[in-house]
Design a protein around this ligand. Sequence first.
Ligand SMILES: *[C@@H]1O[C@H](CO)[C@@H](O)[C@H](O)[C@H]1NC(C)=O
Length: 129
Amino acid sequence: KLSWVLTLGLPLGLTVSGFPVRGVVGQNVTLPCKYRVNHQKDITTMCWGRGSCPSSQCSQTILRTDGWRVTEHHSSRYRLEGNLAQGDVSLTIVNAAEADGGVYCCRVEIPGWFNDQKNNLELSQSAPL
Ligand SMILES: *[C@@H]1O[C@H](CO)[C@@H](O)[C@H](O)[C@H]1NC(C)=O
């Protein structure tokens, strides 16, 4: 069976590559993304998009939250199953298929200029085991 490998983008184009994510191609896969919530006031809007994070918002947005719940999503295959109020905004892709491979942006919209937390994650398939 093919499984998934996740590569995290860092600033300056460096990457931490190649750790396996739970999930086999054709089943659900979860892309981890978290931010720190110490107080309720830290809870903030976020979006997931395809392609790396642009200078604001998400390109090809696949879902958005108001901090507490999903307010917009473009396919029922994209779900947030973590505890949003604790900053767990990990994305689950239901029945992830080959076409779901690629770069994803998790953007947490921390108030203030240039404060957004931008995580670029690349989902690719590992060699068959
Ligand atoms: C995948 O996610 C869907 C929706 O949350 C769920 O109904 C299904 O049981 C999950 N499949 C697996 C294999 O966990």
